[in-house]
Design a protein around this ligand. Structure first.
Ligand SMILES: [Zn+2]
Length: 244
């Protein structure tokens, strides 16, 4: 099983971070290591996939907080594991609660405040990004915990890259000019990772505290991709938690 790790979180031994790929699963065809029960995969296969992934990370599913993501900018602070309806970002100060973000092309943004010991997991698709969900999460961290952006560590995970992610003018025009380039057939190539880096920097996060994984989920078949595989696309999980 291939797990994506973060370099920037490695300097904090209390942080557990891992993102699944499409390797090491039991589901049929392109579902592979699908971790979602909502994509018409066999539920028994999904259970086995989840068991394997959480075992690989060394955590129990009983300690995972999940989101039912709806491309909103709703942010929930959690104190326990389980499912959180209608939200796209989770925050916790609790040890051994692992925040889970479901991914197949959208951008996972994971945050850590090493001074206040707070973590956040954010699902930033193009809608969440134009809705400024990263900025809103940073504001919530400030208001609830007194976090300052200058101290936040951020990881932007594998997602649709500007090599492949075609969108129409109506989407591209909602982003800063440097986040899109002209593609073919009147389409644009969108860089959602870049848009989230800009958002982090605008909020005061330091460039040296931001890591961006370069992998494109559409191009690289190690990953699930909704754009590439359509209704036969599974979902990956990005997990962050504090173990001590
Ligand atoms: Zn690509």
């Amino acid at each position: 099983m291939t797990i994506i790790h973060s370099e920037i979180f490695k300097q904090y031994p209390e942080i557990l971070f891992g993102m699944s790929t499409n390797s090491g699963g039991v589901s049929s065809g392109s579902f592979g290591l699908n971790l979602s029960f909502h994509v018409n995969d066999n539920p028994d296969d999904v259970k086995e996939n989840r068991k394997r992934f959480f075992a690989e990370l060394g955590i129990s599913e009983d300690h995972v907080a999940f989101t039912r993501q709806q491309h909103t900018v709703n942010i929930v602070t959690v104190n326990q594991s389980g499912i959180n309806e209608n939200c796209d970002a989770l925050i916790t100060e609790k040890k051994n609660i692992f925040l889970s973000i479901s991914i197949a092309d959208c951008t996972p943004v994971m945050l850590y405040d090493p001074r206040k010991k707070i973590i956040a997991g954010i699902h930033a698709g193009w809608r969440g990004t134009t809705g400024r969900i990263v900025e809103k999460t940073l504001l919530q961290l400030k208001h609830e915990y007194g976090s300052t952006p200058e101290e936040i560590i951020a990881f932007i995970g594998p997602s649709a890259g500007n090599c492949c992610y075609e969108v129409g003018e109506e989407v591209a025009s909602q982003f800063p000019a440097q986040c899109s380039s002209v593609g073919t057939n009147g389409k644009y190539l969108l860089d959602v990772k870049r848009a989230n880096v800009i958002q982090l920097l605008e909020c005061g996060v330091q460039n040296s505290n931001i890591e961006v994984n370069k992998d494109c989920t559409i191009q690289n078949e190690l990953y699930h991709s909704h754009r590439r595989d359509g209704i036969r696309s599974g979902r990956m999980m990005a997990i962050i938690g504090m173990t001590k």
